[in-house]
Design a binder for this molecule. Structure first.
Ligand SMILES: [Mg+2]
Length: 469
């Protein structure tokens, strides 16, 4: 393991919510919740002001609304967040060729590999400069953790939040980890955490006290060794520039085709168990459960199901695999079965990509409902004008950008009953006024996000004529 704290972990603070507050002056200092606003929606990010009420990522939106009824509820603007993310990742790549993104707003950087730092002092300097550059380029704050390993760099950035920097001096790691929850360690997901708790082990210190043999007895050989090493702060995992599309899978080919549906079900459960053992052994968890079935005629089907968050829980994988099997016709028999888990994370982290994708899909789903009904007959009880208004209403997603011919740029605060309420403000203006329009107002159109940092006026642009003359 290296001896200098030259692994950097960057995590933007409440990323989507902060981006929305920066875009919308009227929401600064207020509770803001970004996520899917439909009936099955979940919270992607809550601002720090909303977290005070107990709202957090991956919580059902209905629950968030009960906890913080007065918060602003916004649909994610995925393209906008991605463009900020690209700016941030670009700054990280200036520091080192070894940048490992974990999500849109989070990444590891090997500062030593880029020559950007070699000891504590230079690492701290690089981290502070990075934070200033991120602020300057994107207008947003991020927190930085610095340590000699990935595990500790991530713990450090968590401690630094919001808008801070924490450097863990090499040699102090074990004392720091000792009182922390076992869940802090990479490779300990909810299921492993519960398992250890039932054995009376809740803190990292208790893992060390239990000893390696006991850990191996509780978690199996590979997983036990791995967790014990992490508890001793031994983490040699390198920062890898491109995360390989990792997956763990197991499969069995049968000498004789299996016809019995019950037997097929039992085989799938057995494969799920084996797959999870392998997953845990590698200290991983994953979000997508895959079932593979090769039938008697060599036709091969794969079915998959993506969960809200990563899992290493055998019951969850078993259930998902069983659900997937329900949708597969096995009459005629099967000759091969396989169960896999992909979308792997070495941390059971909130998955922003997935949450944004889900929220956007829901927003589109809402918009698409009427497309299918368009031109359909037999809805004579709904006056045509009302239906048009409903279609128009669905264009206006809370939080999304609009432009009005007279009032300029603004964002949708809400819509309903044929009306849309727009707040007219920009990232660089004072909090703006609200105006209400008919949803089909021809002066109102969908707008583009404005940059959070005001584009600079070209210096000397006004005096070009004079200079040249
Ligand atoms: Mg973050």
């Amino acid at each position: 393991m290296r001896t200098a704290p030259t692994i950097l972990h960057l995590d933007m603070d409440a990323f989507f919510a902060q981006a929305e507050q920066a875009s919308k002056p009227s929401l600064r200092g207020k509770a803001v919740v970004v996520g899917g606003l439909g009936p099955r929606g979940v919270v992607a990010t809550a601002s720090y002001e909303a977290r005070v009420f107990g709202v957090h990522s991956a919580m059902p939106m209905a629950q968030a609304r009960r906890l913080a009824p007065n918060a602003a509820y916004l649909t994610p603007r995925g393209g906008f967040y991605r463009s900020i993310s690209e700016q941030v990742m670009g700054l990280l790549r200036e520091l080192s060729p070894l940048v490992e993104p974990l999500s849109l707003d989070e990444a590891f950087v090997d500062l030593e590999a880029g020559g950007a730092a070699w000891d504590s002092a230079s690492a701290r300097l690089a981290g502070e400069r990075l934070r200033a550059d991120i602020r300057g380029v994107t207008g947003l704050t991020g927190s930085v953790g610095l340590a000699a390993s990935k595990m500790l760099a991530k713990i450090a950035s968590e401690q630094a939040k919001p808008n801070g920097l924490v450097l863990i001096e090499p040699g102090t790691e074990r004392a720091l980890l000792a009182p922390m929850s076992v869940r802090t360690l990479p490779g300990i997901g909810p299921a492993t955490g519960d398992h250890l708790r039932r054995a009376g082990i809740t803190t990292v210190e208790e893992i060390v006290e239990a000893g390696e043999d006991e850990l191996v007895r509780l978690l199996g050989k590979a997983h036990g060794h791995g967790v014990y090493a992490m508890a001793l702060a031994r983490d040699d995992r390198p920062v890898v520039a491109e995360r390989e599309a990792k997956s763990v899978s197991v499969e069995d080919t049968y000498d004789v085709d299996i016809h019995d549906r019950l037997r097929i079900g039992m085989e799938v459960q057995r494969l799920a168990d084996r797959c999870v053992r392998r997953l845990r052994g590698a200290g991983l968890s994953g979000r997508t459960i895959v079932l593979k079935v090769r039938r008697y005629d060599f036709s091969t089907l794969t079915r998959s199901e993506t969960l809200r968050g990563p899992t290493d829980d055998v019951a969850v994988v078993r259930e998902a695999a069983a659900r997937l099997l329900e949708g597969v016709d096995t009459t005629g028999g099967v000759r091969l079965l396989g169960v896999g888990v992909s979308g792997l994370a070495d941390y059971t982290q909130e998955d922003l990509f997935a949450l944004v994708a889900q929220a956007e899909a829901e927003a589109l789903e809402g918009a698409g409902v009427d497309d299918g009904a368009e031109g359909s007959e037999g809805e004579g009880d709904v006056p045509p004008g009302v239906r048009d208004a409903e279609v128009a209403e669905r264009r206006w997603h809370p939080g999304h950008d609009v432009r009005h011919a007279e009032y300029g740029p603004g964002w949708v605060q809400g819509s309903g009953l044929g009306r849309v309420t727009v707040r007219f403000e920009t990232p660089w203006s004072e909090p703006g006024r609200v105006r209400t329009f008919r949803v089909d107002d021809p002066d109102l159109e969908v707008g583009e996000p404005l940059p959070l940092v005001r584009p600079e006026v070209e210096p000397g642009a006004a005096s070009v004529g004079g200079v040249c003359g």
